[in-house]
Design a protein around this ligand. Structure first.
Ligand SMILES: O=C(O)CCC(=O)C(=O)O
Ligand SMILES: [Fe+2]
Length: 291
């Protein structure tokens, strides 16, 4: 897929709360953080130093998600993984010794909205305010292509606005079934599907954007034609990439990025894991508290 990347984007990637300590924010600063996140889709706070349990507590307190802790099963403690990187509700991304992340990395390197296992959760729509906080602790020097190590993001509200009126009208009445990545499912596990309109309305700002899931999402009507459904998805996504610049977040140790999956899609970028070490912590929450 060819596309234009920007390291500065008019909407995503704004650095906020310079020189703050995330654990000592005032109520006003927390409101500023959330308001900016809903308006921009993706914000950055730099130079942080947190343990996994501090990140978990911050995420839970800020977004008031009581289910966070249950979302990941706590794994047996691996002696190779330092204790301060471990907490329930926080995943470790990267190539830390003792961690088997291969499958997840392969999924993460494709374009997607994160929802973890959300389609399983009753009452939650695909455009629920699912916020992911990704905290870079050790950052590889380069990606496989020699560029700086980054994660790529696309703004689906901008994408919707950049389509022609005719293209928007065509999408207006279409819906897709979403399922959590089959690659993450246990053998013989039944994967539930959740139907959601492609043109999706943001729960806070009311703006229209596109909700595409990932390339395993199935256009309604193509349930028995999965190859066609995949082709439909890729053609639509290619069109979006042609009209919408991608924001490339170049990582520095200490960066925490927050993105709102109801308006932003992303893709990780592979790096040489025999040459560089990557450690990032990740917490995903459904925001019950908007301000
Ligand atoms: O590896 C990355 O930079 C992106 C990971 C990802 O997709 C996620 O944390 O949800
Ligand atoms: Fe992801």
């Amino acid at each position: 897929m060819t596309y234009q990347t920007l390291t500065k984007h008019p909407r995503m990637g704004l650095e906020i709360l310079q020189n703050c300590n995330l654990l000592e924010l005032t109520a006003g600063q927390i409101t500023e953080l959330k308001t900016t996140l809903w308006e921009r889709g993706l914000i950055v706070i730099r130079n942080q130093k947190l343990t996994a349990s501090e990140l978990q507590e911050f995420a839970q307190k800020t977004f008031e998600d009581p289910t966070l802790e249950n979302r990941y099963q706590s794994k047996p403690i691996d002696p190779e993984i330092p204790l301060d990187l471990q907490s329930s509700g926080v995943a470790i991304l990267g190539n830390v010794k003792g961690l088997d992340r291969d499958i997840i990395d392969k999924y993460a390197w494709q374009w997607h909205h994160d929802k973890d296992h959300l389609p399983k959760t009753e009452g939650l729509e695909m455009n629920s305010l699912y916020v992911v906080m990704l905290y870079g602790i050790e950052v590889p020097e380069t990606a496989l292509d020699g560029q700086p190590h980054s994660t790529q993001f696309i703004d689906t509200i901008e994408a919707y606005n950049n389509l022609s009126v005719r293209e928007r009208q065509k999408l207006e009445n279409l819906s897709m079934y979403h399922l959590f990545p089959t690659i993450l499912a246990a053998e013989n596990e039944e994967i539930p599907r959740k139907l959601h309109p492609i043109v999706s309305t943001h729960k806070v700002t009311g703006k229209k954007g596109l909700y595409l899931g990932s390339d395993t999402s199935i256009l309604m009507g193509m349930e028995n034609k999965l190859a066609e459904a995949k082709q439909f998805w890729h053609e639509l996504f290619q069109k979006i990439l042609e009209v919408t610049p991608v924001y490339s977040h170049v990582w520095h140790p200490g960066d925490i990025i927050f993105w709102d999956n109801s308006q932003i899609m992303h893709a990780g970028v592979p790096y040489d894991n025999t040459k560089y070490r990557r450690i990032a912590l990740r917490a995903g929450v459904v925001a019950n508290s908007i301000l």
